[in-house]
Design a protein around this ligand. Structure first.
Ligand code: C2E
Ligand code: CA
Ligand code: CA
Ligand code: CA
Length: 275
């Protein structure tokens, strides 16, 4: 089968619409990714902004296909959302996440784990019960799981999103607004969102030391969040100068290559215990 697929793939690549053929191939193979055990979670540490010590992690999905190779989540997640495959992927991620939390508990590590949910997941009416069922199955603490939902996902259908977020909060899960600042929510809407955390998009963080406008935006976002009772996390921290600035702005937590890239699970636990 592998040889045949390689031929197919060469044929795709020679096709006129290379991009389109690749998308078709991704869609076709994505259906089997879970059953064929081609998925992996990597964990990117989150650290406390003052001490730099590990406090938790974000789980990020990785897919390696024997013929397509490594396919980036930026590429396959949107396709999975369009094709309806996303539910299967999200369930896999959630089960893995609970098993990571289980391992952490057994190792005496008290951490929070963030997982990403897509728009489709958020609006699915089975999500809250599904999550609670896993909590029972793993005898987990729901407040150890932080659900990251992008600002733009919330804004696609704010009324329904707010209702769903309330249900998730009632069941004890933590909620974070991801990519904050890119999704055009108004302050009035932010006030109504039942969430625990704001994650400032890395586009505002990446050039922080050299961009005064970004500094103004990030500083005022952190202040606003504090006044609304929300914790702030800055993502995409790549150097010490950004860390210093974010510390002076009283950001709560940081994530980025400066501290660590996303790590395979075992490596993450080793990193965590030495930080
Ligand atoms: P995201 O949720 O905003 O995740 C952060 C992305 O930034 C990750 O890319 C991470 O590897 C990268 N990153 C972390 N630190 C730095 C840094 O210092 N500099 C730079 N330049 N990048 C950094 P990744 O893993 O490729 O994921 C891309 C996107 O794919 C994620 O963006 C998220 O939207 C989506 N995604 C990943 N895993 C899942 C998943 O399990 N479910 C869903 N629905 N989406 C996922
Ligand atoms: Ca995220
Ligand atoms: Ca993000
Ligand atoms: Ca993003």
């Amino acid at each position: 089968i592998a040889v045949q697929e390689k031929h197919l793939w060469h044929w795709y690549m020679q096709g006129e619409d290379e991009q389109h053929m690749r998308q078709l191939a991704i869609l076709q193979h994505l259906k089997d990714a879970v059953a064929e055990q081609q998925l992996n979670l990597v964990l990117q540490p989150k650290v406390d902004c003052v001490s730099g010590r590990a406090v938790g992690a974000e789980a990020l999905l990785r897919w390696h296909h024997p013929v397509l190779g490594h396919v980036r989540p930026d590429e396959f997640i949107p396709l999975a959302e369009q094709s309806g495959e996303i539910g299967r992927l999200t369930r896999w991620v959630i089960v893995e996440a609970f098993s990571v939390l289980n391992k952490a508990e057994n190792a005496g590590i008290d951490m929070k784990l963030s997982v990403n949910l897509s728009t489709v997941d958020l609006l699915s009416d089975t999500l809250p019960k599904l999550l609670s069922d896993y909590v029972d199955q793993f005898s987990a603490n729901p407040s150890s799981l932080m659900l990251e939902i992008t600002e733009s996902a919330v804004m696609q259908d704010p009324e329904n999103a707010i209702e769903r977020l309330q249900q998730l909060k009632q069941r004890g899960f933590m909620v974070s607004i991801d990519d904050y600042g890119t999704g055009e929510s108004s302050l009035a809407q932010l006030k109504r969102l039942p969430v625990d955390e704001l994650k400032i998009d890395r586009s505002f963080v990446q050039h922080l030391p050299n961009d005064e406008r970004d500094q103004i935006i990030v500083r005022s976002t952190i202040q606003l969040a504090r006044e609304l009772g929300l914790k702030t996390v800055a993502e995409g921290v790549e150097d010490d100068a950004s860390w210093q600035l974010l510390q002076s702005m009283a950001c709560a937590e940081l994530q980025g290559y400066y501290f660590s890239k996303p790590l395979p699970i075992e490596e993450f636990f080793a990193w965590y215990q030495s930080h």
